[in-house]
Design a protein around this ligand. Structure first.
Ligand code: SF4
Length: 214
């Protein structure tokens, strides 16, 4: 929504939003929802993408696997796909690479966002590979934003990374400010701003942080 507002301007965006809300108010019926009884009845497998990237072949394979197992697919807030099934799911070999990856969410950064200062998807790919077997990262989330707008909710995550540019010896270099200890939305607690690290040193620094952060 931020991008639409920037493209068409504040006033036009406000009018568009109000019109849409009014239309929806007139058409939306109360949902007749039957709430599930929690995860207990279901087996869950998380397929973690890197920066939300999924090839057509992988997407097709996931859909086929879910269909064959009569599983439900959901999207989480961290670029992951959740497959829920009544019986344990057997993943084909081609999908094994999506399992046990670190939970990392990243905005597009400077690849496609004009506000982006850094390449978030590259950072996500490097961290995903470097931290794949790091037990200190279990149940923790890394959220990478390409600038201080924090679209990837960096201040809320266990480890937030927010894009910066550092000038060193007259050269501008990509860097990330580290935010540590957000409560992932369970409370109002945000991550504490820590040091700023160069993108080239990110994997080592995050590994060090994780050891302290246990
Ligand atoms: S955090 Fe910055 S770079 Fe990333 S999508 Fe938002 S505005 Fe763009």
């Amino acid at each position: 929504m931020r991008h639409i507002r920037q493209r068409i301007g504040d006033e036009a965006f406000r009018v568009l939003l109000q019109d849409h809300l009014q239309q929806q108010k007139g058409t939306t019926q109360p949902l007749d929802l039957t709430l599930g009884k929690g995860d207990g009845q279901w087996h869950r497998v998380t397929l973690q993408t890197i920066g939300g990237e999924l090839s057509t072949q992988a997407a097709k394979r996931i859909a086929e696997t879910a269909e064959a197992a009569n599983a439900q697919i959901r999207i989480d807030l961290h670029h992951g796909l959740l497959l829920y099934s009544r019986k344990p799911l057997q993943l084909p070999q081609q999908l094994q690479e999506f399992v046990n990856r670190p939970r990392i969410v990243a905005c597009p950064g400077n690849r496609t966002c004009r506000n982006g200062l850094v390449d978030c998807l590259q950072a996500a790919a490097r961290l995903s590979a470097a931290l794949k077997d790091d037990a200190n990262l279990e149940n923790k989330t890394i959220a990478i934003s390409g600038c201080p707008n924090h679209c990837a909710h960096s201040p809320v995550a266990d480890i937030g990374l927010a894009g910066r540019l550092k000038t060193i010896d007259g050269q501008r270099q990509e860097a990330f400010q580290v935010l540590l200890g957000g409560d992932n939305g369970r409370s109002a607690k945000l991550g504490e701003p820590m040091e700023t690290v160069l993108a080239a040193e990110l994997c080592c620094k995050v590994s060090e942080i994780l050891v302290q952060f246990r």
